[in-house]
Design a protein around this ligand. Structure first.
Ligand code: SF4
Length: 195
């Protein structure tokens, strides 16, 4: 067989790689025998949004556990959502570390309250927390709502309570939130996207 110099080196290097891999135990038969199941094969996929920053990347959380009564499902893997228009499957290092965030022993999983004058945080229920927030907001608005400024012009504003919103909300959620709180006269209104 006629072979030029370039072809000779190509064939020689392919032979060398093949024999080296075989010497290391990577023969096709051994590789086949080592094949394992895809680690996400039995998981449940749940779509969500990364909670960290205003980019709002889409994520897929993979959990194990069939949701039977005596089974607690556990998130075993998180990755970027390839169908999400914002990140198209990518995640920055913070987003890529979300699994540690989910399983962190320091993660706050329920509402807590610190009463005035106390230095102790106490666990409370979501119903109690939301009811308390509503009562305190109403009391503050009733006491501090300003209907007219010093010139007598109607202003209908409430400046003694503020709201900080989540940047990962959709446009629609942001629009509704804005409408709800502006309709109460609230002026102090900002978004985590600026933090
Ligand atoms: S993955 Fe990174 S860029 Fe995307 S929302 Fe999370 S923190 Fe922001």
């Amino acid at each position: 067989m006629d072979m030029n110099r370039r072809q000779f080196f190509r064939v020689s290097s392919a032979d060398l790689v093949g024999s080296s891999l075989a010497a290391l135990g990577f023969s096709p038969t051994a590789a086949l025998a080592e094949a394992r199941n895809f680690k996400l094969a039995r998981t449940t996929e749940t779509r969500n949004t990364c909670p960290y920053c205003s980019v709002g990347c889409g994520i897929i959380m993979y959990s194990l556990g069939d949701r039977a009564k005596n089974v607690v499902s556990d998130i075993v893997h998180i990755e970027g959502d390839p169908d999400h228009p914002v990140n198209r499957g990518t995640l920055c290092p913070k987003g890529a570390g979300l699994l540690d965030f989910v399983h962190s022993p320091n993660r706050l999983k329920y509402p807590e309250v610190r009463e005035a004058g106390s230095n102790e945080w106490k666990r409370t229920s979501w119903d109690d927390a939301l009811g308390r927030i509503v009562k305190l907001m109403k009391a503050d608005r009733d006491a501090n709502f300003v209907t007219a400024n010093a010139d007598g012009k109607t202003v209908n504003r409430w400046t003694s309570t503020g709201m900080l919103c989540a940047s990962a909300s959709s446009n629609e959620t942001g629009y509704i939130t804005h409408k709800a709180f502006r309709s109460m006269g609230m002026l102090v209104f900002d978004n985590q996207a600026r933090v």
